[in-house]
Ligand binder design. Structure first.
Ligand code: UT7
Length: 324
């Protein structure tokens, strides 16, 4: 068995409200709030990197779990806004926090990244070799959104969260997960340039191809469908029913998506955790920030059944049940 022994998160202090956005693009607080449930998001300063946010969150999670960085065997960073393409942000964070024994790597499954990374870490810990894992979800999406594209720039925010996992830990135990992907959705949400397919040129910059491009409506429909299916499939895998869920923690992309999924699952509003209003969509950081916030707000009690569902670019998706 593998359990979560500590969590922590880091949110930049700078708040960008919908009213701030009204001054730079053709939009309104009313439109953004009605269509997404978002009021504001956090923005990191230009010289405070994804690795800095991730390192801060990691230190908090390690303190919370009373574990020394030198005890960490494995460090996974889920992100789609790595400091740079190479080396991994995981190696940069490893150095910043002094997790010298760990092997470290990045995992990119976009908004599903943290859940994928938790499951990968769990599998490593279930082997005989490793005891302790540090899983970080971090995004600096403010550097990847097109601040002239009102269809996307209103959605995303910066932030980081981290969890420490230990084997043979019965509390906050990961009971099971279901993960999936479908590359047929790849074109619907992407950053076209900057990789080996389309390296940076004057043209790619002029055409704004280094920013996030999204077909919002298609992504929206798929997100509702897949998150709903993941909820039921994951519960089934864990031998649980919808009524067993004490707290539903969905990926925080859009409140309308969350409401639609919860309605299809017949989950009452008091069992749903939402913080998208405060942070927007922080992609790979969204689930761990939500988990950490929910915990600090006293939303879960010992023994509670937490159901997490995610959906992101790729497409990627997943569900996980944690017995808190
Ligand atoms: O984690 C996974 C990643 N992403 C997501 O989950 C996001 C999924 N998609 C969405 O959340 C929604 O599709 C959006 C919030 C992005 C858009 O909402 P929508 O209800 O699908 O709006 P739309 O794109 O269909 O646009 C409706 C109208 C358009 O005007 P016309 O063509 O009807 O005249 C847009 O130009 O709203 C306009 N619009 C805006 N108006 C004011 C688009 N963005 C804005 C804006 N302010 N920021």
């Amino acid at each position: 068995m593998v359990g979560i022994v500590g969590t922590g998160c880091y949110l930049p202090k700078k708040i960008l409200s919908n009213f701030d956005l009204e001054k730079t693009i053709e939009t309104t607080d009313q439109w953004i709030f009605e269509r997404t449930g978002i009021r504001e998001r956090r923005i990191s300063s230009h010289d405070f990197y994804a690795s800095d946010m991730g390192a801060h969150a990691a230190k908090k999670a390690l303190q919370d779990s009373k574990i020394n960085p030198s005890e960490v065997d494995l460090l996974i960073v889920a992100t789609m806004s790595a400091d740079m393409l190479c080396p991994s942000t995981a190696c940069i964070i490893q150095e910043k926090i002094g997790a010298s024994k760990a092997f470290a790597f990045d995992l990119n499954a976009a908004c599903s990244g943290f859940l994928f990374a938790l499951e990968v870490a769990k599998k490593f810990l279930e082997s005989d070799q490793y005891q302790t894992a540090l899983v970080i979800g971090v995004e600096k999406l403010s550097s990847m959104v097109d601040w002239k594209d009102r269809g996307t720039c209103i959605l995303f925010g910066d932030g980081a969260g981290a969890a420490v996992l230990k084997k043979n830990h019965a509390d906050h135990q990961i009971l099971g997960a279901v993960l999936g992907s479908d590359g047929r959705g790849a074109d619907l949400l992407k950053v076209p340039a900057g990789g080996s397919m389309m390296p940076a040129t004057h043209e790619t910059i002029d055409q704004r191809l280094h920013f996030i491009k999204m077909d919002g409506r298609e992504v929206y429909k798929n997100a509702i469908d897949l998150m709903y299916r993941m909820a039921d499939e994951t519960l089934l895998k864990c031998g649980l029913k919808r009524e067993d869920v004490d707290l539903f923690i969905p990926h925080q992309a859009n409140k309308r998506i969350i409401d639609a999924v919860a309605k299809k699952l017949s989950l009452p509003s008091e069992k749903i955790y939402i913080n998208v209003d405060r942070y927007g969509n922080t992609s790979a950081a969204s689930i761990i920030i939500a988990l950490d916030d929910a915990r600090k707000e006293g939303r879960m009690q010992s023994g509670d059944c937490l159901l997490i569902v995610v959906f992101g670019a790729g497409f990627t998706w997943g569900g996980m049940v944690i017995r808190w």
